[in-house]
Ligand binder design. Structure first.
Ligand SMILES: CC(C)(COP(=O)(O)OP(=O)(O)OC[C@H]1O[C@@H](n2cnc3c(N)ncnc32)[C@H](O)[C@@H]1O)[C@@H](O)C(=O)NCCC(=O)NCCS
Ligand SMILES: Nc1ncnc2c1ncn2[C@@H]1O[C@H](COP(=O)(O)OP(=O)(O)OP(=O)(O)O)[C@@H](O)[C@H]1O
Length: 200
């Protein structure tokens, strides 16, 4: 029987790292990545055409400049809402299609959807389990400075636009603290998977 898990957490909390580890730990594994879905959608002509009307400065030579778009939406809440109204229904559709495909294959033991805004948007897709990857804001900022080369203010703009860690912890059924090394993350994931009946 396939288990369906929603994986969430703030920016740079370690969701992709957790997803990669689970992929290595569980042989019959399938996943959906909402950020990858958004990137794919932003390369489609019909979406680019709509964004060219909404945010002309974010379209350069017929392509979306994601860095410009990020600066627009995180400094202007109504712009963020417009982008989300366009993309979220499409991301949701892709998530449901990916889940349906995993079910149909009959070979998947664990399906994980990495949904950064799972709690902000009440992005329910038929998940049976929810797992929050938690890291404190100072560590998120540090990781973004290193991984993305961002300034502190750029990182803070995104973190402040997301639900606070405390609020997410209150909503979440399971939490993994990702504040030390990958070994600790892997160990906690192993325990979580055992808890939901997936031995590895
Ligand atoms: C703003 C965009 C163009 C920035 O692209 P970029 O390549 O710099 O970032 P990437 O897509 O890898 O996202 C990184 C992280 O930013 C955060 N983030 C992205 N969009 C949002 C948002 N609308 N609200 C709050 N945080 C967000 C998430 O933590 C995400 O994991 C892009 O994130 C986007 O298209 N966002 C809108 C779609 C969306 O809401 N995605 C989240 C899916 S649930
Ligand atoms: N336990 C850890 N130990 C050391 N580095 C880590 C750990 N977890 C994550 N990182 C690093 O922190 C950064 C963010 O991690 P990751 O990309 O997994 O987060 P994310 O939540 O998927 O990010 P985003 O929301 O931006 O897509 C990466 O550079 C990753 O290598």
């Amino acid at each position: 029987m396939m288990k369906v898990l929603a994986l969430t957490g703030g920016i740079a909390s370690g969701k992709s790292s957790a997803l990669d580890l689970m992929r290595q730990m569980v042989p019959e594994f399938a996943s959906f990545d909402a950020d990858a879905s958004a990137r794919h959608l932003l390369s489609q002509t019909d979406v680019i055409d709509q964004l060219a009307c909404l945010f002309p400065e974010a379209v350069v030579e017929g392509k979306i400049d994601r860095s410009v778009l990020r600066q627009i939406i995180f400094s202007h809440p109504p712009a963020k809402q417009k982008l989300e109204s366009l993309l979220h229904p499409l991301i949701r559709k892709e998530c449901l299609a990916s889940l349906a495909q995993a079910r149909k294959s009959g070979e998947v033991r664990l399906f994980v959807a990495d949904i950064p805004l799972f709690y902000e948007n009440q992005f329910h897709f038929g998940q049976e389990y929810e797992l929050l990857i938690a890291a404190e804001p100072e560590l998120q900022i540090h990781r973004l400075q290193i991984r993305n080369g961002w300034q502190r203010a750029e990182a803070l703009a995104v973190i402040e636009a997301q639900m606070s860690l405390v609020d997410k912890i209150q909503l979440s059924k399971s939490v993994i603290w990702n504040q030390s090394g990958l070994d600790s993350l892997q160990l906690q994931l192993k325990m979580f998977l055992k808890h939901i009946g997936i031995e590895n």
